[in-house]
Design a protein around this ligand. Sequence first.
Ligand SMILES: Nc1ncnc2c1ncn2[C@@H]1O[C@H](COP(=O)(O)OP(=O)(O)OP(=O)(O)O)[C@@H](O)[C@H]1O
Length: 264
Amino acid sequence: MNTTVVPGSTGTVSARGLTKVYGKGAGQVVALDHVDVDFAPGRFTAIMGPSGSGKSTLMHLLAGLDSATSGSSRIGDTEITALGDDALTELRRTRIGFVFQSFNLLPMFTAEQNILLPLDLGGNKVDKEWFATLVQTLGLGERLTHRPAELSGGQQQRVAIARALITKPDVVFADEPTGNLDSRSGAEVLSFLRRSVRELGRTIIMVTHDPAAAAYADRVVLIADGRIAGDISDPTPESVLAGLDALRTLETTPVAATPGGGQA
Ligand SMILES: Nc1ncnc2c1ncn2[C@@H]1O[C@H](COP(=O)(O)OP(=O)(O)OP(=O)(O)O)[C@@H](O)[C@H]1O
C-alpha cells in the first residue's frame, strides 16, 4: 500500500517538531520531543507505546485539546498550533470527532438523539442519507430508540462512533475505544471502526495498549520516550508485539551493555 503522505493535503494530519514539556526545572517532563509524523486521510492508524511514552499527549496536541510548547500540528492546511481558543473550539466541533473509553453518551437521550447531538449543538441540519449510512454501517438500526442504559457496552460505543462521524469530520481521534469492553464487544467495535474507514472513507487515529486492537488498523505508529520509534504497515498482532518488544530491548540495552550495571 502506498504510504506517501503530503502534509497540507486535504485531511492529512501532520506534526512537525511537535514538542510538549510539562513543568519547570528539576520536575520538568519532556512528554513529546520534536515529533514529525503524518497521518494520511482515509486510513486507520493506531498509536502504541509503553505507559508514559507520550501517546495521549500526541493525540491531545493533534486534536487541539492541549497546547504545544514548540513545533506545529496541522489538519489539512489549518495550523492547529496557531489558532486561538475560539477558532480551536470551532475546529474541534466541526472538523474533529472524538471517541473515548467511557462512551460519554447522555443518559436521558436515545441513541438517535445522542448521534444527532453534535448537529443540534452546531445548529446544523441532518444529512438524512449520511445518518442512514452510519446507522447501517454501525449496525444500529434496531437500537435507535433505546437509551444508553438499555444498550450493551459495545452498542454504546457504536453510538459514540456514529456521533463522532455525524458531522463528517476530517479526522476521528479514538482514545482506548475498547478499554471498557470485553474482548468480543471490543473486536466488534474495532471491526466497525475499520468499516467506517474502508466503506465511508473516514480517517481514524486511535490510541491503544492492545496489540490485537492495533492489528485492526492499517498502520501502527510506535512511540517511546516522546519520540516516534517505529512504523508498521498492515500490522498483525504478532508484528505489533515484535515492534513493542523491540522498544523494550532498546530501553534495556544501555543497562545490559554496561558491565557491573554502572552508568556508561
Ligand atoms: N499534566 C501533566 N503534567 C505533568 N506531566 C504530565 C502531564 N500529562 C502527562 N505528563 C507526563 O508526560 C509523559 C507522557 O504522558 P502521556 O499521558 O502522554 O503518556 P501515555 O503514553 O499516554 O501514557 P499511558 O499509556 O500510561 O496513558 C508522562 O511522563 C506523564 O507523566
